[in-house]
Design a protein around this ligand. Structure first.
Ligand code: SF4
Ligand code: SF4
Length: 440
């Protein structure tokens, strides 16, 4: 029987890893369609991960719900240890294989058991808030029915994961009352209060232990394969995304290499006739029109978005009734890549006569942004919305000449007068005429 379990487990694990690898390969093929983004300063990045990801500093700005979310995150970290042990046990017909770690093992089991209860309670609170709390940031034009369904399904699976973990631990203690390995405070409490004096047979206890063991591990496998298609992909992506955050101060705008190149050509016209360096033969598009123009970081941001709406809830444009929702911009990037990515992977010139701009994001949304960076400041996973908004605007201005009228006037003035105002540079000092200056 144990051998059968081992074989079945190995097959299930292989299928899980196979499906997961297939999904990841598809996602990575989309990354290959994107543009480069500079990354460096690893030391700073590690500090950022410790502070924002493991320290959950941004989440903890909301004292109650933030703490609950942080507890879920930390709990997952601890419970992951037990999940790895289950995979080892399943593959090698062992039981509690990591118990040789002694005190460390007891520590991890103790906190895993406690966190299972805390997470289950937190999830009930999260589901109740979503269903009955009427939280404004959970709504919005971008939040379709499927977004809510997706969020509630993932929360429900996490709840079942925690219940099955507690069930497994409880029946493990009943199975090995004297010799169980590890310390399980919550499950021991359940044993003493609900099963003390019960006359369950060994067979029944074993059955329920196996039932919860399989339920827990199958849910983990199922969850791992659902995540990449859901907003809960941030469970995997948030730490890498924080690690790869933009390190420049908020509001810093990158130069456009295409413009730098044009300026260099203007300063050295002979260079225009020289052979371009390898890889720079094609004239790049100015700004972002569609997903093939975004950087890999823009795409990573879109995969990491938790759809929490914290960005939109602080956006002054959104608050004052404008069409712009920074969350929608990020969600649109992900949706558009999902739509166009498969075609682009097959043929890099694939065109479906649609674009991120206009078909997903309207110019009205883009021009409503004040580039205040409140959204980027607030995002718990360090997504930077203004960088893509500015790049989409750059396309409108430089490729389509489609800036709002006020901006076009300003551009003309800069071109003609060297300043945003409509006065000639010769008239710049007219205001000082007739003024008497005191000699120093
Ligand atoms: S930078 Fe733009 S999108 Fe972000 S909060 Fe400010 S106005 Fe809204
Ligand atoms: S971009 Fe950030 S703040 Fe906005 S919904 Fe996504 S995760 Fe939340």
């Amino acid at each position: 029987m144990a051998m059968t379990k081992q074989i079945v487990f190995a097959i299930v694990l292989l299928v899980t890893l196979g499906v997961f690898a297939w999904t990841m390969a598809r996602i990575f093929s989309y990354f290959r369609l994107t543009k480069p983004f500079p990354v460096g300063d690893w030391g700073k990045r590690i500090k950022l991960v410790l502070k924002v990801a493991f320290g959950q500093t941004k989440i903890l700005r909301f004292p109650v719900i933030g703490l609950l979310h942080a507890l879920v995150f930390w709990g997952f970290m601890v419970i992951l240890f037990g999940s790895i042990e289950m995979v080892i046990d399943g593959l090698f017909r062992t039981e509690r294989s990591l118990s040789f770690l002694g005190r460390f093992y007891n520590f991890m089991m103790t906190f895993g058991d406690i966190f299972a209860l805390i997470i289950a309670i937190a999830i009930v609170v999260f589901i109740a808030r979503r269903l009955f709390g009427h939280i404004k940031r959970f709504g919005g034009i971008e939040m379709k029915h499927i977004s809510h369904y997706d969020a509630n399904l993932a929360l429900f699976i996490i709840f079942l994961l925690m219940i099955s973990l507690l069930g497994m631990n409880t029946f493990y203690i009943l199975q090995e009352p004297e010799h169980h390995k590890g310390v399980f405070p919550v499950s021991s409490y359940l044993v003493h209060h609900f099963f003390a004096g019960s006359n369950l047979t060994l067979y029944t206890i074993h059955f329920w232990h196996e039932f919860f063991w399989w339920t827990h591990i199958l849910l983990i496998f199922l969850f791992a394969n659902i995540l990449p298609y859901s907003k809960h992909f941030h469970v995997f992506m948030s730490i890498p995304n924080v690690f790869l955050s933009r390190l420049e101060p908020l509001g810093y705008l990158y130069n456009m290499p295409e413009i730098t190149k044009e300026v260099k050509l203007m300063m050295d016209p002979d260079a225009a006739f020289a052979d371009p360096p390898e890889g720079e033969e094609e004239v790049g598009r100015f700004g972002v029109k569609d997903v093939e123009d975004i950087t890999w970081k823009n795409y990573l941001d879109s995969l990491t978005c938790t759809e929490c709406g914290r960005c939109t809830s602080v956006c002054p444009a959104n608050i004052t009734g404008k069409l712009l929702s920074p969350r929608k911009i990020i969600m649109n990037v992900r949706a558009r890549m999902k739509e166009k990515g498969p075609g682009l992977v097959k043929d890099k010139n694939f065109d479906d006569n649609k674009a991120l701009i206009a078909d997903y994001i309207s110019p009205e949304e883009l021009w409503a942004c004040t580039t205040c960076n409140a959204c980027a400041q607030e995002c718990p996973v360090n997504i930077n919305h203004p960088s893509i908004i500015v790049d989409l605007r750059r396309y409108l201005v430089m490729e389509e000449s489609a800036a709002p009228g006020e901006l076009n006037t300003m551009f003309t003035n800069i071109e003609n007068n060297g300043a945003p105002w409509q006065f000639s540079p010769e008239d710049r000092m007219l205001w000082a005429e007739g003024l008497e200056m005191n000699e120093v």
